[in-house]
Ligand binder design. Structure first.
Ligand code: CTP
Ligand code: CA
Length: 222
């Protein structure tokens, strides 16, 4: 009922979340991808929906299913995800970029299946557009933008640099070093940094519990 909706903290707020990997086509049957399951992004989208928000979820290829009624937009490549995010961003009060976007894509996509003619074969790659940095440059002072960082060394320094460079309000550092955290797992260990360089360390938790922690940190900024 409307009474129940009005009691939820994010009623009327519009949230954009990205999830999953991107696939960059090499030829009609092959692509460059990564091991992202989409679980973290779907858990965040679901948590925001549970809080009453109107959620748009832009997702790469995944087997995840949302338990809430979301505006789900399925995409394949980083270029597709950029296009969908640019179309949705201005309407979003809060954007959370949890997708594992490919950093490089093939310079050309072969029209036909590439044959194994040569003993050696190399592929020319070029950088994809940084979606998060693009949105950071478009952000107004009424919007919040949250990114992720995946590092294997100098975690804190690199995460803080991404926060500043991409004009973010929060960055969620994923610690891959800890057992049980990261891709394909059901658990995650995160540290969140804000613009004041304040650091909040969280215990290893299930991805749905991590989503609650991330949403709580975002709610503190509203
Ligand atoms: N990201 C993005 N578009 C890209 C690459 C990354 O929007 N083309 C976003 C990711 O969704 C994540 C953040 O940028 O929220 C950081 O991703 P990460 O891979 O940790 O950092 P990069 O900036 O890609 O730098 P590097 O991989 O070299 O560490
Ligand atoms: Ca990257």
């Amino acid at each position: 009922s409307t009474q129940i909706q009005a009691a939820l903290p994010l009623t009327g707020k519009r949230i954009l979340v990205t999830a999953g990997p991107t696939y960059e086509a090499i030829d009609p049957v092959r692509f460059i991808g990564n091991h992202s399951s989409g679980k973290m992004g779907f858990a965040i989208a679901d948590r925001f929906a549970a809080l009453g928000a109107e959620v748009t979820l832009v997702t790469g290829p995944t087997s995840q299913i949302s338990t809430y009624e979301l505006n789900r937009i399925d995409v394949v490549s980083a270029a597709d995800m950029l296009e969908a995010c640019k179309a949705e961003f201005s309407a979003a009060d809060i954007t959370v970029m949890s997708a594992a976007v490919a950093d490089y894509m093939p310079v050309t996509r072969a029209d036909q299946k590439i044959k194994k003619t040569n003993n050696e074969f190399s592929l020319d790659l070029k950088k994809t557009t940084d979606i998060l940095a693009t949105l950071g440059a478009l952000k107004t002072n009424k919007q919040l933008l949250i990114g992720f960082a995946l590092e294997t060394e100098n975690e804190e320094e690199y995460a803080k640099a991404k926060l500043a460079k991409k004009n973010l309000d929060l960055i969620v550092l994923n610690s891959l070093n800890d057992k049980g955290a990261g891709f394909k797992k059901d658990t995650n260990k995160i540290t969140i940094f804000n613009k004041a360089a304040e650091k909040t360390v969280f215990e290893m938790k299930s991805k749905s519990e991590v989503a609650v922690d991330i949403c709580n940190e975002i709610l503190k900024l509203l």
